[in-house]
Unconditional design. Structure first.
Length: 256
């Protein structure tokens, strides 16, 4: 069986096709994010930086539900990580990751990532989580989706939680998301000991951030890892500036 899997940091649906002089997005356009996902047409899509605004608290207004319905990947699960408050509490949102799928999600769970006990790095800290979803596909595939923190201690905590989760899973596994670390980071090697890094089918280094011209060194921050049950057929990183990250997808083959 052939399946297509995609990871995409959607930047809360802020649209980077139009940015100001500082590189900030000017508008929120969830319909453009949906366009990108529909064009790629994955079986399963993992999303980072997903917002559920408390001012739009009904289920139909959440970004996860909107994108699931707009793309035809109607099976969905939002993995809460943290509640963020802005502008004197007038702008609130639950924030985290999500999985949307053409196939039923039969089990789902949020795995919290512990905050560092000591926060002594010059970095932005944010509570993170791992979204775990079992998809009714090829006998059952477990998807882990996460967005790692910017601080070194956060990255270490996230990696340890991922490794712990992998040790408890039997059967096919896909791990994906925005890891905020480059392929040369030793933490990536720890994950490669457990799973195959699909980027390795490419001979050359490729970037996934930023998607547009920005005073920032291009970097590969987004990943898709797979267990030995999969054969990686192809990999693509479409060049679109709908989000500040590029979408990244792979075509896989797995025995039924």
């Amino acid at each position: 069986m052939k399946i297509r899997v995609m990871t995409y940091n959607i930047a809360s649906c802020r649209n980077y096709e139009e940015v100001d002089e500082k590189g900030n997005a000017k508008a929120s356009k969830p319909e453009r994010v949906a366009d990108v996902i529909r064009e790629i047409s994955p079986d399963v899509c993992g999303l980072n930086e997903v917002s559920h605004f408390s001012r739009n608290s009904c289920e139909s207004d959440t970004q996860t539900t909107y994108l699931a319905k707009a793309t035809g990947l109607e099976n969905h699960f939002f993995g809460y990580a943290v509640h963020l408050t802005y502008a004197n509490e007038t702008y609130n949102k639950d924030y985290g990751n999500a999985v949307i799928s053409k196939h039923p999600i039969v089990e789902s769970e949020i795995l919290p990532i512990p905050d560092p006990v000591i926060k002594d790095e010059n970095a932005y800290y944010e509570t993170r989580s791992i979204t775990k979803a079992k998809i009714d596909l090829a006998g059952g595939i477990t998807v882990l989706q996460t967005h790692m923190g910017l601080a070194i201690a956060e990255s270490k905590n996230a990696t340890l939680e991922i490794l712990k989760a992998l040790d408890e899973i039997d059967g096919p596994v896909i791990l994906m998301g925005d890891f905020n670390i480059r392929p040369s980071n030793p933490l990536i090697d720890m994950l490669r000991e457990k799973l195959f890094d699909t980027a390795l089918i490419r001979d050359e280094y490729f970037k996934t951030f930023p998607s547009y011209e920005l005073n920032y060194k291009p970097a590969k921050l987004d990943y898709i890892f797979v267990s030995k049950h999969f054969k990686v057929l192809d990999l693509n990183v479409p060049q679109t500036s709908v989000s500040d990250h590029l979408p990244y997808y792979v075509d896989l083959e797995i025995g039924e």
